[in-house]
Ligand binder design. Structure first.
Ligand code: 13P
Length: 254
Protein backbone atom coordinates (compact mmCIF):
# COMPACT_ATOMS: atom_id res chain seq x y z
CA UNK A 1 0.00 0.00 0.00
CA UNK A 2 1.45 3.35 -1.02
CA UNK A 3 0.97 6.20 1.43
CA UNK A 4 -0.80 9.11 -0.31
CA UNK A 5 1.11 12.37 -0.60
CA UNK A 6 -0.47 15.78 -1.14
CA UNK A 7 1.83 18.76 -1.72
CA UNK A 8 1.00 22.41 -2.29
CA UNK A 9 2.97 24.24 -4.94
CA UNK A 10 2.46 27.88 -4.06
CA UNK A 11 4.29 29.04 -7.21
CA UNK A 12 4.95 32.83 -7.17
CA UNK A 13 2.44 33.59 -4.40
CA UNK A 14 2.55 34.49 -0.73
CA UNK A 15 3.49 37.19 1.76
CA UNK A 16 4.64 36.90 5.36
CA UNK A 17 1.13 37.63 6.62
CA UNK A 18 -0.70 35.36 4.16
CA UNK A 19 1.75 32.49 4.69
CA UNK A 20 1.26 32.58 8.41
CA UNK A 21 -2.52 32.23 8.30
CA UNK A 22 -2.37 29.65 5.52
CA UNK A 23 0.20 27.45 7.25
CA UNK A 24 -1.41 27.71 10.67
CA UNK A 25 -4.76 26.77 9.09
CA UNK A 26 -3.23 23.75 7.37
CA UNK A 27 -1.47 22.61 10.54
CA UNK A 28 -4.69 22.95 12.51
CA UNK A 29 -6.64 20.83 10.00
CA UNK A 30 -3.87 18.25 9.83
CA UNK A 31 -4.59 17.20 13.42
CA UNK A 32 -7.56 15.21 12.14
CA UNK A 33 -5.65 13.68 9.25
CA UNK A 34 -4.07 10.26 9.33
CA UNK A 35 -2.16 8.17 6.86
CA UNK A 36 -1.26 10.91 4.39
CA UNK A 37 1.96 12.85 3.83
CA UNK A 38 1.31 16.58 3.47
CA UNK A 39 3.76 19.21 2.30
CA UNK A 40 3.94 22.80 1.09
CA UNK A 41 6.40 24.42 -1.30
CA UNK A 42 6.62 28.19 -0.79
CA UNK A 43 8.94 30.51 -2.74
CA UNK A 44 12.57 30.23 -1.55
CA UNK A 45 12.59 33.37 0.60
CA UNK A 46 9.69 32.14 2.72
CA UNK A 47 11.10 28.68 3.43
CA UNK A 48 12.63 29.67 6.81
CA UNK A 49 9.36 31.34 7.86
CA UNK A 50 7.31 28.27 7.00
CA UNK A 51 9.90 25.96 8.53
CA UNK A 52 9.53 27.81 11.82
CA UNK A 53 5.74 27.75 11.68
CA UNK A 54 5.76 24.03 10.90
CA UNK A 55 8.38 23.11 13.46
CA UNK A 56 7.48 19.97 15.44
CA UNK A 57 4.49 19.25 13.16
CA UNK A 58 4.10 16.68 10.38
CA UNK A 59 3.88 19.31 7.66
CA UNK A 60 6.72 18.71 5.21
CA UNK A 61 8.57 21.58 3.61
CA UNK A 62 9.68 21.74 0.01
CA UNK A 63 11.16 24.10 -2.57
CA UNK A 64 9.95 24.65 -6.11
CA UNK A 65 13.31 24.28 -7.83
CA UNK A 66 17.02 23.99 -7.08
CA UNK A 67 20.37 24.23 -8.80
CA UNK A 68 22.11 21.18 -10.20
CA UNK A 69 25.29 22.58 -8.59
CA UNK A 70 26.44 22.31 -5.02
CA UNK A 71 28.30 25.62 -4.73
CA UNK A 72 30.29 28.07 -6.82
CA UNK A 73 29.81 30.96 -9.21
CA UNK A 74 26.15 30.49 -10.10
CA UNK A 75 24.54 33.84 -9.34
CA UNK A 76 20.94 33.64 -8.25
CA UNK A 77 20.87 29.88 -7.74
CA UNK A 78 20.02 27.85 -4.63
CA UNK A 79 21.82 24.55 -3.96
CA UNK A 80 19.91 21.50 -2.77
CA UNK A 81 22.26 21.14 0.20
CA UNK A 82 21.15 24.63 1.30
CA UNK A 83 17.53 23.52 1.14
CA UNK A 84 18.34 20.46 3.19
CA UNK A 85 20.30 22.64 5.60
CA UNK A 86 17.26 24.84 6.37
CA UNK A 87 14.95 21.88 6.89
CA UNK A 88 13.38 21.21 3.48
CA UNK A 89 12.38 17.64 2.68
CA UNK A 90 11.09 17.97 -0.90
CA UNK A 91 12.02 19.80 -4.06
CA UNK A 92 9.77 20.08 -7.11
CA UNK A 93 11.86 19.49 -10.24
CA UNK A 94 11.02 19.74 -13.92
CA UNK A 95 7.74 21.56 -13.43
CA UNK A 96 6.25 22.36 -16.83
CA UNK A 97 6.43 26.09 -16.08
CA UNK A 98 10.20 25.77 -15.62
CA UNK A 99 10.55 23.59 -18.70
CA UNK A 100 8.52 26.01 -20.83
CA UNK A 101 9.56 29.40 -19.43
CA UNK A 102 13.10 28.80 -18.18
CA UNK A 103 14.39 26.38 -20.76
CA UNK A 104 14.88 23.37 -18.49
CA UNK A 105 15.72 20.33 -20.58
CA UNK A 106 15.28 16.67 -19.65
CA UNK A 107 19.04 16.49 -19.04
CA UNK A 108 19.03 19.49 -16.72
CA UNK A 109 16.10 18.00 -14.81
CA UNK A 110 18.00 14.72 -14.50
CA UNK A 111 21.07 16.57 -13.18
CA UNK A 112 18.93 18.43 -10.65
CA UNK A 113 17.39 15.14 -9.51
CA UNK A 114 20.89 13.78 -8.97
CA UNK A 115 21.99 16.82 -6.97
CA UNK A 116 18.80 16.81 -4.89
CA UNK A 117 19.14 13.11 -4.07
CA UNK A 118 22.73 13.46 -3.01
CA UNK A 119 21.73 16.32 -0.71
CA UNK A 120 19.18 14.06 0.96
CA UNK A 121 16.07 15.67 -0.53
CA UNK A 122 13.08 13.89 -2.07
CA UNK A 123 12.61 15.18 -5.62
CA UNK A 124 9.05 15.58 -6.86
CA UNK A 125 9.70 14.93 -10.53
CA UNK A 126 7.08 16.51 -12.81
CA UNK A 127 6.20 15.05 -16.20
CA UNK A 128 3.37 15.76 -18.58
CA UNK A 129 2.33 16.69 -22.09
CA UNK A 130 1.03 19.90 -23.63
CA UNK A 131 -2.39 20.09 -25.28
CA UNK A 132 -0.72 20.10 -28.69
CA UNK A 133 1.17 16.91 -27.83
CA UNK A 134 -1.96 15.21 -26.49
CA UNK A 135 -3.90 16.08 -29.62
CA UNK A 136 -1.06 14.72 -31.76
CA UNK A 137 -1.29 11.49 -29.75
CA UNK A 138 2.21 12.03 -28.35
CA UNK A 139 1.39 11.84 -24.63
CA UNK A 140 3.10 8.50 -24.04
CA UNK A 141 6.15 9.40 -26.15
CA UNK A 142 6.63 12.67 -24.27
CA UNK A 143 6.23 11.14 -20.81
CA UNK A 144 8.45 8.17 -21.77
CA UNK A 145 11.22 10.55 -22.86
CA UNK A 146 10.95 12.71 -19.73
CA UNK A 147 11.23 9.62 -17.54
CA UNK A 148 13.94 7.96 -19.62
CA UNK A 149 16.29 10.92 -19.13
CA UNK A 150 16.03 10.62 -15.34
CA UNK A 151 16.31 6.83 -15.38
CA UNK A 152 19.41 6.91 -17.55
CA UNK A 153 20.99 9.71 -15.49
CA UNK A 154 20.21 8.30 -12.05
CA UNK A 155 19.41 4.61 -12.37
CA UNK A 156 16.07 2.97 -11.62
CA UNK A 157 16.87 2.50 -7.91
CA UNK A 158 16.86 6.29 -7.52
CA UNK A 159 13.08 6.10 -7.89
CA UNK A 160 12.91 4.57 -4.43
CA UNK A 161 13.56 8.13 -3.24
CA UNK A 162 11.59 10.07 -5.86
CA UNK A 163 7.94 11.09 -6.03
CA UNK A 164 6.56 11.52 -9.56
CA UNK A 165 3.91 14.10 -10.43
CA UNK A 166 1.94 13.66 -13.64
CA UNK A 167 0.80 17.13 -14.63
CA UNK A 168 -0.85 17.46 -18.04
CA UNK A 169 0.10 21.01 -19.04
CA UNK A 170 -3.37 21.68 -20.46
CA UNK A 171 -4.91 21.05 -17.04
CA UNK A 172 -2.63 23.37 -15.05
CA UNK A 173 -4.35 26.53 -13.84
CA UNK A 174 -7.02 26.16 -16.52
CA UNK A 175 -9.82 24.67 -14.47
CA UNK A 176 -9.77 21.86 -17.01
CA UNK A 177 -8.97 18.68 -15.07
CA UNK A 178 -7.99 15.43 -16.70
CA UNK A 179 -10.81 12.95 -16.25
CA UNK A 180 -10.05 10.22 -13.72
CA UNK A 181 -9.79 7.77 -16.64
CA UNK A 182 -7.41 10.00 -18.62
CA UNK A 183 -5.19 10.50 -15.58
CA UNK A 184 -5.26 6.83 -14.58
CA UNK A 185 -4.24 5.80 -18.09
CA UNK A 186 -1.07 7.91 -17.95
CA UNK A 187 -0.31 7.00 -14.34
CA UNK A 188 -0.47 3.31 -15.25
CA UNK A 189 1.75 4.02 -18.25
CA UNK A 190 4.33 5.75 -16.01
CA UNK A 191 4.33 2.82 -13.60
CA UNK A 192 4.71 0.46 -16.55
CA UNK A 193 7.74 2.39 -17.81
CA UNK A 194 9.42 1.93 -14.44
CA UNK A 195 8.34 -1.72 -14.26
CA UNK A 196 10.28 -2.38 -17.47
CA UNK A 197 13.37 -1.73 -15.32
CA UNK A 198 12.31 -2.92 -11.86
CA UNK A 199 8.89 -4.21 -10.86
CA UNK A 200 9.36 -3.55 -7.13
CA UNK A 201 10.41 0.05 -7.64
CA UNK A 202 7.43 0.56 -9.97
CA UNK A 203 5.02 -0.80 -7.38
CA UNK A 204 6.35 1.37 -4.58
CA UNK A 205 6.82 4.72 -6.34
CA UNK A 206 4.18 7.30 -5.53
CA UNK A 207 2.65 9.13 -8.49
CA UNK A 208 0.76 12.35 -7.83
CA UNK A 209 -1.72 13.94 -10.19
CA UNK A 210 -1.51 17.71 -10.73
CA UNK A 211 -3.69 20.06 -12.74
CA UNK A 212 -6.77 21.86 -11.37
CA UNK A 213 -7.22 19.37 -8.55
CA UNK A 214 -9.79 20.69 -6.08
CA UNK A 215 -11.84 19.39 -3.15
CA UNK A 216 -14.71 18.72 -5.58
CA UNK A 217 -12.78 16.46 -7.96
CA UNK A 218 -10.06 15.07 -5.70
CA UNK A 219 -11.93 11.99 -4.45
CA UNK A 220 -12.64 10.55 -7.89
CA UNK A 221 -9.08 11.16 -9.06
CA UNK A 222 -7.57 9.71 -5.90
CA UNK A 223 -9.83 6.65 -6.17
CA UNK A 224 -7.89 5.55 -9.25
CA UNK A 225 -5.53 2.66 -8.53
CA UNK A 226 -2.36 4.40 -9.75
CA UNK A 227 -3.04 7.90 -8.40
CA UNK A 228 -1.27 8.26 -5.07
CA UNK A 229 -1.80 11.91 -4.24
CA UNK A 230 -1.84 15.39 -5.66
CA UNK A 231 0.44 18.29 -6.50
CA UNK A 232 -1.81 21.27 -5.94
CA UNK A 233 -1.39 24.79 -7.33
CA UNK A 234 -4.28 27.23 -6.95
CA UNK A 235 -6.22 25.20 -4.40
CA UNK A 236 -3.18 25.03 -2.10
CA UNK A 237 -3.42 28.77 -1.39
CA UNK A 238 -6.57 28.41 0.72
CA UNK A 239 -6.25 26.18 3.76
CA UNK A 240 -9.82 24.86 3.54
CA UNK A 241 -9.45 23.88 -0.13
CA UNK A 242 -6.06 22.30 0.45
CA UNK A 243 -7.30 20.43 3.51
CA UNK A 244 -10.34 19.22 1.56
CA UNK A 245 -7.97 17.51 -0.88
CA UNK A 246 -5.84 16.13 1.97
CA UNK A 247 -8.98 14.67 3.56
CA UNK A 248 -9.99 13.05 0.27
CA UNK A 249 -6.52 11.46 0.17
CA UNK A 250 -6.82 10.28 3.79
CA UNK A 251 -10.22 8.76 2.97
CA UNK A 252 -8.64 6.50 0.35
CA UNK A 253 -6.62 4.89 3.13
CA UNK A 254 -9.81 4.03 5.01
P1 13P B 1 -3.20 24.11 -10.49
O1 13P B 1 -3.64 23.21 -9.35
O2 13P B 1 -3.34 25.57 -10.18
O3 13P B 1 -3.82 23.71 -11.79
O4 13P B 1 -1.61 23.87 -10.64
C1 13P B 1 -1.12 22.58 -10.71
C2 13P B 1 0.36 22.63 -10.65
O5 13P B 1 1.02 23.12 -11.55
C3 13P B 1 1.01 22.11 -9.44
O6 13P B 1 2.38 22.01 -9.62
Amino acid sequence: MRKPIVVGNWKLNGSSADNESLVLGVIDGMRELNGVDVGVCPPFVYLPQVEKLAEATDLGLGAQNCSEHDSGAFTGEVAPRMLHDIGARYVILGHSERRAMYGETDEMVSDKVKAALSAGLTPILCVGETLEQREADETEAVVRQQLAAVISGNGIQAFEHIVIAYEPVWAIGTGRTASPEQAQEVHAFIRGQLADHDANVAQSVRIQYGGSMKPGNAAELLAQPDIDGGLIGGASLKSEDFLGICRAAADTVG
